[in-house]
Design a protein around this ligand. Structure first.
Ligand code: G3P
Ligand code: CA
Length: 275
């Protein structure tokens, strides 16, 4: 059964198709593109030698066979690590039957650390429009360097100055209003998304930090305060919800008229939406 919405909802692959393949790897992003995702979400951090890499946690301990903070490691150190095997171990854990190994690639290049540059190349070569939702992590530690490097890289790909926010295939997301402000200062037409884990009292009426047009509430906020989505929409904002994996949550997002669903399971969500 499908739950087709009245309006177009963008399906965004959270860390790639991260249920099927190890998050933030080429394998996960290739699978998301293959599944038909409209956009790819990725978290970016700076390495000790100034490269932007797609890693969620401050440390590499959970998602690789290495240890240490991304910011203390150089790209060459990260390139020597395996960012895929943890998923294999996790896939086995607690299951009675052998999991579907189809998307756990043998080629180590598919599960090596992924630079943002390589991800931009993948998108450019995908042969169709695939948007990117890039989240800046640890923006305070580097005092503007994450945003500076990010805009520099986007400029190289001709993605830093879209004619308008609506035209842009790239948007920048953050829990930090300061980080988004830095992005807009350097690239005024690039759309920005203010991520929220909870709704601060001064934003309860549906306002967002100055200059931000897109709200990124968690699914937990949406479930517990569905009226907040209506308030955001009445205030003229788009609403991009994360992380939406359960069919019932997809249905609620459809009912509330959200604009984007950020999910670890892009294939399943597209199917639920009748696409
Ligand atoms: O897409 C937004 C979402 O990714 C924010 O949470 O912790 O998964 O980066 P997190
Ligand atoms: Ca993220």
């Amino acid at each position: 059964m499908t739950h087709a919405p009245q309006h177009a909802i963008q399906v965004v692959a959270h860390r790639g198709a991260s249920e099927d393949a190890p998050e933030h790897t080429l394998a996960a992003y290739k699978k998301a593109i293959e599944d038909g995702a409209d956009a790819l979400e990725c978290d970016v951090r700076l390495t000790a030698d100034g490269h932007l890499v797609c890693v969620h946690d401050r440390r590499v301990n959970r998602t690789s066979n290495g240890r240490g903070a991304v910011s203390a490691l150089e790209l060459a150190d990260l390139a020597a690590l395996d960012f895929g095997s943890w998923k294999t171990r996790d896939a086995w854990r607690g299951r009675d039957e052998e999991p579907d190994w189809e998307h756990l690639p043998e080629d180590p290049a598919e599960t090596a650390v992924l630079t943002l540059e390589r991800l931009l190349e993948l998108v450019a070569d995908s042969g169709r429009r695939v948007e990117l939702a890039i989240e800046t992590k640890h923006p305070t530690r580097w005092a503007g360097q994450v945003e500076e490097r990010l805009l520099h890289l986007l400029k190289r790909f001709g993605l830093d100055a879209p004619r308008s926010a609506a035209d842009s295939p790239v948007r920048i997301m953050s829990f930090s209003a300061r980080s988004l402000h830095r992005v807009r200062a350097g690239a005024p037409t690039l759309p920005t998304v203010y991520l929220m884990q909870f709704v601060s009292p001064r934003l309860r009426d549906g306002r967002l930090p100055a200059g931000v047009r897109i709200a990124g509430p968690s699914m937990r906020i949406v479930r517990s305060h569905p009226a907040y989505v209506e308030r955001l929409k009445r205030a003229g904002h788009q609403v991009h919800v994360w992380t939406v994996n359960e069919p019932g949550d997809v249905d609620l997002c459809v009912e509330l008229g959200v604009d984007a669903i950020i999910t670890n399971r892009p294939g399943a969500v597209l199917e639920r939406l009748g696409r």
